[in-house]
Design a protein around this ligand. Structure first.
Ligand SMILES: NC(=O)c1ccc[n+]([C@@H]2O[C@H](COP(=O)([O-])OP(=O)(O)OC[C@H]3O[C@@H](n4cnc5c(N)ncnc54)[C@H](O)[C@@H]3O)[C@@H](O)[C@H]2O)c1
Length: 450
């Protein structure tokens, strides 16, 4: 707590503006202080964050932690190449991250480890007084969702869920349209995670993608841990890429909230077929019975009378799409087909191509930083999510996507599991804000700073 107080004291002198690119002088309008960032988990995702942080002049990477020495070496090399001082290194064992959290040289942490570590690491980070960023999804069980909220309230330390899709260019343009009432009063949404992950859930233990049908101890990267969830849980285990952007458009936890959900799952075929086709019917993994249905469909009701259909579809051949649809009393956007219809503006009963609309309502952040952001990964959104985290952490203010959001979005996992288990029975969302959603004001999303 002492170091947290020092950090707050230090950061009280910082300003709020950031300098115009291309020189990337983010810290120019701030004090000389640089935010000292530690990363827990520098696998594929954590390394991407390291590379983005190294492009900023208002951040020092002062500590990294990973239990895989190969990931540490690779990231130390990148940090050294950038000219920054060698960070403290942790990763002797699964709990060495706690020593990183004890370091006075760390103001903020980014957690990019396998899912089962997220909540315990985020909780420990908040207890240590570090401004905390956690990858998606934030929690696996309802108890963990409450842990995030309770620890945030108990410590007063901020938690940001690092949902990058909220910062996608089309999503931010559509959010801008929502805020300007182009779609009228909002009613219905579709979204989800529709991504053929068969080549991620299985590999040959040597390269992350493309070859082999191994997972768990014999796999590497996500196949080491993600596939277990498909084996053991019939649930939407990855809801936030889809529901995060919709939750912001509908002011969830800020004047609105998720009320209840029903979920249904198809049978499971995709992963078994993939093993047989690529490893042969005699491969030991061909005997496994995967619990997760290939397509899981959840429908959420909100307090303000909207419905949101969330799909999880990661085991079948299909091109990638998060399947967004945003529909109001005046018209709608559908990402599949790249089309928009607005009554009175579009030719009656005919779709407009979305491009002109999205250009017209391009978000101020993208107008300002888009060119630079494109290099940052995932079509630019990774730059903006990290920018938002760093800018919020430097000022020690509430992030745009906070502990209540992390809890409400992640709660879809345990609730969908319960609903599927009970033949689609409706499951109520807890009110993680304990009534405060009525009073909490929407975050100001339409600005060009972060
Ligand atoms: N937002 C996005 O677009 C996006 C994209 C990819 C991954 N992710 C998320 O990021 C997280 C990491 O995914 P990834 O693809 O980098 O996986 P990964 O397996 O490549 O990396 C995870 C890393 O965590 C390390 N680790 C595991 N246990 C640890 C412990 N106790 N202490 C320290 N390090 C530990 C592993 O050694 C590994 O290097 C996941 O939650 C995933 O869902 C998000």
């Amino acid at each position: 707590m002492k170091s947290r107080r020092n950090f707050i004291k230090k950061s009280a002198v910082v300003g709020t503006g950031i300098a115009i690119l291309p020189n990337l002088a983010f810290g120019m309008n701030y004090s000389v202080e640089k935010l000292k960032v530690g990363l827990i988990g520098v696998g594929l995702r954590g390394t991407n964050h390291v590379n983005n942080l190294l492009l900023r002049d208002d951040v020092l990477i002062t500590a990294i932690c990973d239990v895989d020495p190969a990931r540490i070496s690779l990231n130390l090399e990148a940090i050294e190449k950038s000219g920054q001082k060698k960070p403290e290194v942790f990763g002797e064992n699964d709990y060495d991250y706690r020593n990183l959290l004890a370091s006075k040289e760390v103001d903020a942490v980014i957690i990019a480890t396998p899912w089962l570590w997220h909540t315990r690491m985020a909780k420990d980070a908040m207890l240590a007084g570090k401004y905390t960023g956690v990858e998606v999804s934030a929690a696996n069980t309802m108890e963990e969702c409450w842990d995030l909220v309770n620890t945030h309230e108990q410590t007063g330390t901020h938690l940001m869920i690092l949902e990058n899709v909220n910062y996608r260019r089309d999503i931010m343009a559509v959010l801008n349209m929502v805020k300007q009432n182009v779609f009228g009063e909002l009613l219905h949404f579709r979204c989800g995670y529709q991504h053929d992950l068969r080549f991620v859930k299985f590999n040959d233990g040597k390269s992350a993608y493309g070859k082999g049908v191994e997972f768990g101890e014999k796999g590497i990267s996500e196949s080491k841990w993600r596939t277990q969830h498909s084996l053991l849980r019939n649930a939407d285990v990855y809801p936030t890429h889809g529901v995060g952007p919709i939750a912001v458009m509908t002011d969830i936890n800020r004047g609105n909230r998720f009320m209840s959900l029903t979920s249904h799952a198809t049978k499971s075929r995709g992963l078994h077929n993939y093993i047989v086709e690529n490893g042969g019917a005699d491969h030991p993994n061909a005997k496994l019975k995967f619990k997760m249905g290939d397509v899981i469909t959840s429908t959420i009701d909100t307090a303000n009378g909207e419905t949101i259909i969330v799909t999880h579809d990661t085991n079948l051949p299909r091109p990638y799409s998060l399947g967004f649809r945003v529909q109001g009393t005046k018209g709608l956007w559908e990402v599949d087909g790249n089309r928009i219809y607005i009554e009175g503006k579009s030719e009656p009963h005919h779709w407009d191509k979305a491009d002109d609309w999205l250009k017209k309502y391009d978000h101020p952040l993208w107008i300002k930083y888009g060119e630079h952001a494109m290099g940052a990964g995932h079509g630019g959104m990774d730059f903006f999510v990290i920018n938002s985290f760093i800018e919020s952490a430097k000022q020690n203010i509430a992030p745009p996507l906070d502990a209540y959001d992390a809890a409400a979005w992640s709660a879809i996992t345990p609730l969908s599991e319960l609903s599927i288990e009970n033949n689609g029975e409706p499951q109520s969302f807890p009110d993680f804000t304990r009534g405060m959603w009525v009073k909490r004001k929407p975050y100001n999303w339409i600005k060009d700073t972060y």
